[in-house]
Design a protein. Structure first.
Lengths: 253, 339
């Protein structure tokens, strides 16, 4: 599963985004500076503390989740789709890599990009407010799981897309609204019981809540249940990725 | 050793369209094998089935004994493909593109980079190693595709119209290189529109048409299947072409030039001369021309088209039933653009 060939593809995928920091790392850094400045400092000072935390600290885990999963998703979907669009994904497909190795390499590299962006956002947040980590191991495991999960979703998106517009649609009209309604900027406790229950159908809620628990030790849900849901979902998405590669969905005639 | 390529009843359907219609073909290890056929004959579909870019609808395909679906990793590892289309990674300088490709085939990084340099030198674009694909000229792009196919040191090199649109010098360079590789033991499968290329390079050629095999033979065998034309100039030509024996398949007279189509020009010429002299004609000049492989190719694919068109017409129940067959054939040739 982690052969020389898989490592070569992983390396290629890492180099692709590392060599273009202006396209990959700078935009989320600037966006999050703006988020922290506006929501944290300008507006945050006028918003009550939530669950005993300053608003800027409360939203930090959600912003990390938003940046991490967006970038993991974007990297995988763009890399796969661009390769299909220009047909150079044939270099991978005609190689002796197993389908599992292909998926693992694409997903791992995209997850790494998501995690790097997550760390960048955490560092930016730390410049605005002191950040503590209450449950480090839980946080690391959760971050890895959600990065892999959204890299896995990105693979599906990259295989499904027929045009660059489809990628934009997925990111802007599906991913981003789910995150914003995933309790990034508010606590579930602030919602009416009905909307609280509806929110539980949104997988982002579990991610944001888990990462918040890792940083702040506060959660609206049971942390291990959230992590269990995410791990299960991740396993299912990766299995679908491998299946789609095996079937040649979007890849072969 | 199993054959380099072995397919049995290989089929590929795209809805109603039969891209491959039960193609059985064997390419022996070490052979230089040509695939000829008009556009849409199924050549690229055949190749893409071997490398995993097309999923077959039925039949079997093996590369060095490895099934292209169940043992796809072993099959793909043996193949180096230079495709017709430019499908190269645009993100990296070409040296890295080649090193990545070698890496995917399990070659460690340092060795992959060395091979990338070797391959670029071999095709003559080493000094462009730090350029990206988009900055290369058309000819260099073609060379790069070949370098990428070579970087994994494949046992089977597949070249899908490698000389399409390249200048004469490059074409000759490529011919020299692939001949050298074949002499070193690499099996080569070449598709081409240039009959001269097949005639010059290939041990055997298969002619495909509409997804089926028309024939497999050596270029010499194919040429022998064609007829020759004996042209004689007569001192006092008659008004109409003289009647000759059954050996003359076709006779035509234009002013003082009489053209006679026969199976074997060399052995038939004395008999023709005798017959003409016996009939009282005085011969001034004689010339024998062999049918070119190109003419044989056109003849074979045309004949196949006629057979296919007839058989499909006989089963036809729609409104085209009444159309003259020749019209349909003309339309078909124009659509397919036989090169």
């Amino acid at each position: 599963m982690w052969s020389t060939g898989a490592r070569a593809l992983f390396r290629r995928e890492i180099l692709r985004f590392v060599r273009r920091p202006k396209n990959t790392f700078l935009p989320p850094a600037i966006t999050n500076v703006l988020y922290f400045a506006v929501f944290g400092i300008v507006l945050g000072g006028r918003i009550d503390r939530i669950a005993g935390f300053d608003y800027i600290l409360f939203i930090l885990p959600g912003l990390i989740v938003l940046g991490t999963i967006s970038n993991a998703f974007e990297n995988a979907s763009f890399s796969i789709f661009h390769g299909r669009w220009n047909e150079y994904i044939h270099e991978t497909l005609t190689s002796p890599l197993s389908y599992l190795e292909m998926v693992v390499a694409y997903v791992a590299a995209s997850a790494v990009r998501g995690l790097i962006v997550g760390v960048i956002i955490a560092v930016i947040g730390a410049l605005f407010t002191p950040v503590t980590v209450e449950h480090a191991l839980y946080l690391v495991v959760t971050m890895v799981v959600i990065s892999v999960l959204f890299a896995g979703f990105g693979i599906i998106g990259g295989l499904w897309a027929r045009d660059f517009d489809d990628l934009t649609v997925m990111n802007q009209f599906i991913l981003r609204p789910l995150v914003f309604f995933g309790a990034v900027f508010y606590s579930l406790e602030m919602l009416s019981p009905l909307w609280r229950d509806v929110s539980r159908l949104n997988p982002m809620v579990y991610m944001v809540d888990s990462v918040r628990y890792g940083f702040l030790g506060y959660s609206d849900l049971v942390p291990l249940t959230s992590l269990g849901v995410l791990v299960g979902l991740t396993a299912a998405v990766l299995a679908i990725d491998v299946y789609l590669f095996e079937r040649g969905f979007g890849l072969t005639d | 050793m199993p054959p380099a390529i072995e397919t049995r009843d290989l089929r590929k359907e795209y809805g109603e369209l039969q891209a491959l219609s039960g193609l059985s073909l064997t390419v022996e290890e070490g052979e230089f094998f040509g695939l000829l056929g008009p556009n849409g004959a199924g050549k690229t579909t055949f190749i893409n089935t071997l490398v995993g870019l097309v999923r077959k609808s039925g039949g079997e395909a093996r590369v060095f004994g490895h099934d292209v679906e169940t043992d796809y990793q072993q099959a793909r590892d043996a193949i180096g493909l230079a495709p017709q289309e430019f499908n190269v990674d645009r993100f990296f300088p070409i040296r890295e593109v080649l090193a990545h490709k070698a890496g995917y085939h399990g070659i460690p990084q340092a060795e992959a980079e060395r091979r990338a340099d070797d391959a670029l030198e071999r095709v003559g674009i080493y000094d462009k190693r730090n350029e990206r694909f988009d900055w290369l000229s058309g000819g260099m792009k073609r060379r790069l595709l070949l370098a990428r196919a070579l970087v994994t040191e494949p046992d089977l090199l597949i070249l899908d119209e490698p000389t399409a649109g390249v200048d004469v010098q490059l074409r000759h360079d490529l011919w020299e290189l692939v001949t050298e590789l074949n002499e070193e033991g690499t099996t080569v499968l070449l598709t081409t529109h240039y009959i001269e290329e097949a005639e010059r390079l290939c041990d055997r050629v298969a002619i495909l048409n509409e997804g089926r095999k028309v024939t497999v033979a050596t270029p010499d065998e194919l040429t022998e299947r064609g007829t020759d034309t004996i042209a004689v100039r007569l001192e006092s030509p008659p008004a109409t072409a003289p009647t000759l024996g059954e050996y003359a398949h076709e006779t035509s007279l234009s002013e003082d030039r009489l053209e006679v189509r026969v199976d074997d020009g060399g052995s038939m010429a004395p008999r023709l001369l005798n017959d003409l002299e016996a009939a009282g004609y005085e011969i001034v000049d004689l010339e024998i021309t062999r049918t070119s492989l190109e003419e044989i190719f056109v003849d074979l694919t045309d004949r196949e088209d006629r057979t296919v068109t007839r058989s499909s017409a006989s089963g036809r129940e729609d409104g085209e039933e009444g159309r003259p067959e020749d019209d349909r054939e003309t339309e078909k040739r124009e659509t397919e653009g036989i090169a």
